[in-house]
Design a protein around this ligand. Structure first.
Ligand code: ADP
Length: 636
């Protein structure tokens, strides 16, 4: 007996995704089988683990396997496992919603993408899992029973707008997914998925390394022409990471990556390593080719899979890699850990700490090699993951130098490409002893900020640091290659030192000429600035605001506020350009007539303009605009 089937509607976003699938945006349709076998294999891992942890769980783990059954007559293909299965709620939650985080973004990006290959890459990195079945089937049913439960659940859908769920009394433990295959002639790209040779080839190609037997009934014709049918295991079950590097083909690595990452694209880089000695382990790590949508959201899963002597222990083992390498996927198989290690134990385990150290070094050195051997690939890597890696400059001080070595940044040297610090240092002028940088929210803002003027005039290269994380590390980065990092928007910059004709006397004279008007301005603007002084970083703008050497910059200040910290307002310094007519005009007016209401307003306007020029915010925008409007009216 079974209950009445309940009908549910797919969410709008899920429906759109399904349509994309059904209408063949993804050209390699065979991958549906990889997804189903991969899910079945995960379910077998899970039941093994759960029965190990919960001795009372009523479950049969005597022969864990995946069975593929083809029915030519009814044109169905069933992938069956005797793994963990799903409860009714789980079916509803896991299978009923395809729309994962990022679906909306994905659909938007797909809409903007005209290029078919790029669209495939996008959809591929998203991974459609179970739903890729609708590439080859026009109806899919799933029958499942969770280990330990009495009743099962049937899910059924044509992938069109609705699905049904019903509770059933009879169901074997585990999950069976049955595809009602589309008619062969419907789309030329479909193979005959009821043919055992076809299926065997696909399984060998995509899922050979799955550590559980994948079985299928195959037809064999013997020497006498006699045809028999028998069930055979069609995958080799060899753990890829345990095989010598030389014996593994690139394609095998790639398929394995797709199995563990749920990404449909090839990885950017494969790292296969083995450690021998007192603590033995093998690791097979991958750097994906694209950053996931949720790389910067709090609930991003991270960490690699942990195995102990070939036995799956856990997904997302955070203890093995630091957060800034959260995009690295892979498997670590340790020889000497206990099978029932917990996450808590792992965090404190000394051997795990040592493994983690080595894995981090290996990932960083792999990127370094990529930099020299394949700069284009490195560029792709850095575009996708650089922002995350830079978090390591704040959180992993032991590896800070290595991370600085593999980092690259935008700079005034080349608008098209980024520079490494090493390249920057090589281009440094003979008498330049610091690495100059400016931080801000976008390249165009910092590039046009007044602070940069004199550096540009003097041909001094400035790094343009525009990621939020840059603010965090650069203030505490000690040095690179013996050179200090120096903000061009902070402290005194004395570029005149580097002038050949040494304009020291001229500056002394200017200091004298301007001293009165500057100290008057300092008192008038005291609510907003610490000091008003002459600048040597300006050539065309009248003024800019700079920070005191050890003060927090305005962006960092804002970031801390946004995070809910109480930060005192940091007053900055107004620097004015003695060679600008507005500034020399103020000097003359003050010398002639002393202070006046008008001159005070001019001082406020100069300060406001300096803030706007760096892309900053005015404390009282309406006051600024009304001052400006009055002034403009006088010119008409
Ligand atoms: P993904 O595998 O990428 O998470 P799927 O849509 O393929 O996405 O599957 C969603 C979830 O449904 C899985 O994470 C798993 O929890 C559950 N699931 C799918 N297939 C099975 C199965 N054969 N046995 C048990 N659970 C399954």
């Amino acid at each position: 007996m079974s209950t009445q089937a309940e009908t549910f509607e797919f969410q709008a976003e899920s429906r759109k995704l399904l349509q994309l699938m059904v209408h063949a945006i993804y050209s390699n349709k065979d991958t549906f089988l990889r997804e189903l076998v991969s899910n079945a294999s995960d379910a077998l891992d899970k039941v093994r683990l759960e029965s190990f942890r919960d001795k009372d769980l009523e479950v049969d783990t005597s022969d864990p396997h995946v069975l593929i059954e083809a029915d030519r007559e009814h044109r169905t293909l069933t992938v069956r496992d005797n793994g963990i299965g799903m409860s009714r709620d789980e079916v509803q939650e896991l299978i009923g919603t395809i729309a994962k985080s990022g679906t909306a973004e994905l659909l938007q990006q797909l809409k903007d993408t005209k290029d078919g290959a790029a669209a495939q890459e996008l959809i591929g990195q998203f991974g459609l899992g179970f739903y890729s079945s609708f590439m080859v089937a026009d109806r899919v049913t799933l029958l499942t029973r969770r280990a330990g439960e009495d009743t099962g659940t049937r899910w059924d859908s044509t992938g069109e707008g609705t699905y049904t769920i019903e509770t059933v009394d009879e169901a074997p433990q585990g999950t069976a997914v049955t595809l009602h295959l589309k008619a062969e002639d419907q789309e030329d790209s479909l193979l005959d998925y009821t043919d055992s040779t076809t299926i065997t080839n696909i399984v060998k190609r995509y899922s050979d390394f799955i550590s559980w037997p994948v079985r299928m009934e195959v037809e064999r014709t013997d020497s006498e022409g006699e045809t028999t049918r028998q069930i055979e295991t069609i995958n080799s079950m060899k753990a890829l990471w345990a095989r010598p590097k030389e014996e593994v083909a690139e394609e095998e690595y790639h398929e394995f990556y797709k199995h563990i990452s749920h990404d449909w694209n090839d990885p950017l880089e494969t790292i296969h390593m083995r450690a021998e000695g007192t603590f033995e382990y093998q690791a097979l790590l991958f750097i994906p080719s694209m950053a996931p949508f949720d790389l910067f959201t709090r609930d991003h899963k991270r960490g690699v899979q942990l195995y102990v002597k070939r036995v799956f222990i856990m997904d997302d083992c955070e203890a093995l890699l630091p957060e800034y390498l959260r995009f690295v996927k892979g498997v670590v198989d340790a020889q000497d850990l206990s099978l029932n290690v917990s996450r808590e134990i792992l965090q404190q385990d000394r051997q795990i700490q040592m493994m983690r150290k080595r894995l981090v070094k290996k990932v960083l050195s792999t990127v370094k090699d990529m930099m020299t051997e394949d700069p284009d690939r490195y560029g792709k890597f850095w575009d996708q993951f650089g922002q995350a890696v830079k978090e390591g400059l704040v959180n992993d001080l032991d590896n800070r130098d290595q991370i600085l070595e593999i980092a690259s940044f935008e700079s005034t040297h080349d608008p098209e490409s980024k520079t490494t610090l090493r390249q920057y240092v090589e281009r440094m002028k003979d008498d330049q002893d610091s690495i100059y940088y400016i931080t801000g929210s976008s390249r165009s803002k910092v590039e046009n900020s007044p602070h940069i003027e004199a550096f540009r005039d003097k041909g001094l290269e400035v790094l343009l640091l525009t990621d939020p994380v840059d603010e965090m590390w650069v203030e505490s980065a000690p040095e690179f290659d013996g050179k200090q990092f120096q903000s061009i928007a902070k402290g005194q910059v004395d570029l005149n030192d580097q002038d050949e004709d040494g304009s020291g006397t001229e500056r002394a004279q200017q200091e004298q000429e301007f001293s009165e008007v500057l100290s008057w301005m300092s008192t008038k603007l005291a609510d907003d600035v610490k000091e008003v002084r002459l600048s040597s970083r300006l050539s065309t703008s009248p003024a800019c605001v700079v920070g005191d050497t050890n003060d927090m910059g305005p962006t960092l200040e804002k970031m801390y506020r946004a995070m809910g910290h109480e930060v005192p307002r940091v007053k900055r310094i107004l620097e004015v350009n003695p060679n600008h007519p507005l500034v020399s005009g103020m000097r003359d007016a003050y010398g002639k007539n002393g202070e006046s209401q008008e001159l005070e307003e001019t001082a406020e306007l100069v300060h406001g303009m300096a803030l706007l020029a760096e892309g900053g915010e005015l404390r009282e925008p309406s006051q600024f605009t009304s001052l400006l409007a009055n002034r403009l009216a006088q010119t008409l």
